[in-house]
Design a protein around this ligand. Structure first.
Ligand SMILES: NC(=O)C1=CN([C@@H]2O[C@H](COP(=O)(O)OP(=O)(O)OC[C@H]3O[C@@H](n4cnc5c(N)ncnc54)[C@H](O)[C@@H]3O)[C@@H](O)[C@H]2O)C=CC1
Ligand SMILES: CC(=O)C(=O)O
Ligand SMILES: [Mg+2]
Length: 611
């Protein structure tokens, strides 16, 4: 006993002596990512800025420098956190454990990782993508192990042009960029939002056959307004409020210039930016760089394909789309993107202008029905704001229940919508009362689209939708739900209305066409391709989108449709040794074959050493 205590005291003295001694230099013959991948030399977030600059590490790590002691604390906290952070979410512990297993494989052997992902996409997409990726982002400080992708922060102003060369790959085809300000329906998660670009790029590899050596997830850390994160000592991002105005834009400008200087043919997908910056950056860059905003443009195409599917499900001609009464709940980047695209489609069908087409569309946000009487009406929502004279007296700010249900009690003609579409990020707002009101829909197959992610943020569950709105509905959600057993051998089919059905094909088609920007025509071609993919037999059953098991096939078709649209518009410049003239002379089938031929598939190639 006495001996043991004496030994402990002397070992503590020894370790104190050791920890205060100035450590001697350690010669390293590597630089950049090679150091991070070497467990002998790696210090993760512990590299001070001087060392990051000396060793070409700047940008390859989250911006905050964390001391050895803090890293130790983080490890121990993360080790103990799994149960605590997933309390009350019974499947989440298992999902997070599955994510860790997959992530370890991702770090170790990408070829095997992507092979298991492609072959088991239905099982693995909910882990590497929504819903689990949301939980991963929320717990990212604890889960952070090996950095993946690049981090550019407000501290790097003036340095980005050189930092971009720290990325070890010579070529990059696809970049997914976020500033972490609106991660799924989970709000501002700051630097922890990096999980989303990683998950989206996994889908690019699995669904579109992008070469994983040529994709780059990027976090633009301009601070966070999430108070909890700002106070979290383990938070890895900049602990400052988000940059605003010109200061913010100058950071994004510098990043875009740096990217396109090093990789002039890259494509940048903007993902999960808060609405004001989502629209502003799309407007600012879309004619200058090859980029698109997935939440605005990808989501819109997927929703439009689903909306056209619901018209077919009613056994009506597609042209009846213009007669559909559609209530969109959520006036953010996604909801407004959907309305814009739906109205453009309706205007194309009728030959009318867009003002006439929007008469049957209704928009609600957190303050209720959006009308022209709204104080401080957001200019982006203004084109969809209702004139009170058009809506039989429904008041400004009317609640969702009033819009779909109580209207009659207020002596207002009921809207009886054909479609209720949620992109609000607010879980459960399609409650029993709202869903029951959809039984009075003017449609023989009312559509309920609860598109918000992750699962907890869906406007309703699939089971509740069928239970309250009736067996004859068509149902779609942003995150996956199981099909619903309706009894008597009948099944309520659940569709996953998620932009994953389009963004990989938009990126692939753009890359293989060699277009320098992404036009409305290319996006429209992608949406139309998805809309026409399903057979009438499937549509009649209420199946509006392909199974995720066929995502590689639908992505090939979408990619080819995008290539052909780029060719038709004269935007295609060719890719590799296939020039514009060859693309122009390809038939539809030949274009699909060209796209298929260019998709990467994970197999082991023999390695040869060269000095
Ligand atoms: N399924 C899919 O493919 C996609 C789904 N989404 C989901 O859509 C949701 C919204 O995304 P953004 O539009 O980018 O967000 P946003 O933050 O730009 O907009 C959210 C909108 O919802 C409104 N809202 C909030 N609470 C509400 C309530 N109680 N009732 C009615 N409206 C309410 C807000 O006023 C705002 O207009 C997120 O959950 C996101 O995950 C986004 C993109 C694609
Ligand atoms: C799917 C997607 O992009 C989102 O929920 O933001
Ligand atoms: Mg998104």
């Amino acid at each position: 006993m006495w001996k043991a205590a004496r030994f402990a005291a002397s070992s503590l003295r020894r370790s104190r002596r050791l920890s205060t001694a100035i450590p001697g230099p350690c010669i390293v013959h590597k630089r950049g990512a090679d150091i991070l991948h070497d467990p002998w030399f790696n210090k993760d977030t512990g590299f001070p800025y001087t060392e990051r600059d000396r060793l070409g590490l700047r940008g390859l790590l989250p911006p905050r420098v964390i001391s050895f002691e803090q890293q130790y604390a983080r490890f121990m906290e993360s080790y103990r956190s799994l149960e605590k952070n997933t309390q009350g979410q019974k499947n989440s512990v298992v999902s997070l454990s599955k994510w860790r297993i997959l992530n370890r494989l991702h770090d170790r052997n990408e070829t095997l990782y992507y092979r298991v992902l492609i072959d088991n996409i239905k099982d693995f997409a909910p882990i590497i993508y929504t819903p689990t990726v949301g939980l991963v982002c929320q717990n990212y400080s604890g889960l952070f192990r090996r950095p993946r992708g690049m981090y550019f922060s407000a501290k790097d102003k003036g340095e980005m042009m050189s930092m971009i060369y720290n990325w070890p790959a010579q070529e990059v085809d696809m970049i997914v960029l976020t500033d972490g300000s609106r991660i799924l329906g989970l709000g501002d998660l700051g630097v922890q939002g990096i999980g989303i670009p990683i998950g989206k790029l996994d889908m690019y590899v699995a669904a579109a056959g992008f070469n994983p050596q040529r994709v780059l997830p990027v976090m633009l850390d301009v601070g966070t307004n999430n108070q909890k994160l700002l106070e979290d000592r383990l938070y890895l991002g900049l602990r400052q409020p988000r940059l605003e105005g010109e200061e913010y834009l100058s950071i994004v400008d510098e990043f875009m210039e740096a990217v396109f200087t090093r990789w002039p043919k890259a494509i940048v997908q903007f993902e999960d930016f808060q609405m004001k910056w989502a629209f502003e950056t799309l407007h600012r860059y879309r004619k200058k760089f090859c980029m698109f905003n997935d939440d605005i443009q990808g989501t819109a195409g997927v929703a439009l394909a689903g909306l056209l599917g619901t018209v077919r499900a009613q056994g009506r001609p597609l042209s009846d789309f213009v007669k559909q009464k559609i209530v969109v709940v959520g006036a953010g980047s996604a909801g407004l993107g959907v309305l814009n695209t739906a109205i453009q489609a309706a205007a194309r069908m009728t030959g009318n202008d867009e003002t006439t087409a929007n008469k049957l569309f209704f928009l609600l946000d957190k303050d209720g029905l959006v009308t022209k009487q709204r104080n401080n009406l957001d200019p982006a929502a203004a084109p969809f704001a209702k004139d009170p004279s058009e809506i039989d007296g429904l008041r400004e700010g009317a609640s969702l229940v009033e819009v779909v249900s109580l209207a009659e009690l207020l002596e207002v003609k009921k809207i009886r919508p054909h479609v209720l579409l949620g992109l609000s990020g607010k879980g459960g707002i399609f409650n029993e009362e709202v869903l029951k009101a959809m039984r009075d829909s003017d449609s023989s197959k009312p559509a309920i689209f609860a598109m918000s992610n992750p699962t907890m943020n869906a406007e309703c569950t699939a089971a509740d939708a069928f239970k309250h709105a009736g067996d004859n509905i068509v149902f779609a959600s942003g995150s996956p739900f199981e099909n619903v057993d309706l009894g008597n051998g009948k099944i309520g089919y659940v569709n996953q209305a998620n932009n994953m059905y389009l963004f990989p094909g938009i990126g692939l088609g753009t890359l293989l066409s060699g277009a320098h920007f992404i036009s409305d025509g290319m996006l429209q071609a992608a949406a139309e391709c998805l809309a026409s993919y399903m057979t009438d037999e499937d549509i009649q059953k209420g199946i509006l989108y392909p199974s995720i098991n066929s995502i590689r096939h639908i992505t090939t078709e979408v990619g080819a449709a995008v290539v052909r649209a780029a060719v038709e518009e004269g935007l295609a410049e060719g890719h590799g040794d296939v020039g514009y003239r060859e693309l122009k002379h390809m038939s539809k089938e030949e274009t699909v074959e060209y796209v298929t031929r260019n998709m990467w598939f994970p197999v082991y190639n023999p390695l040869v050493h060269e000095k």
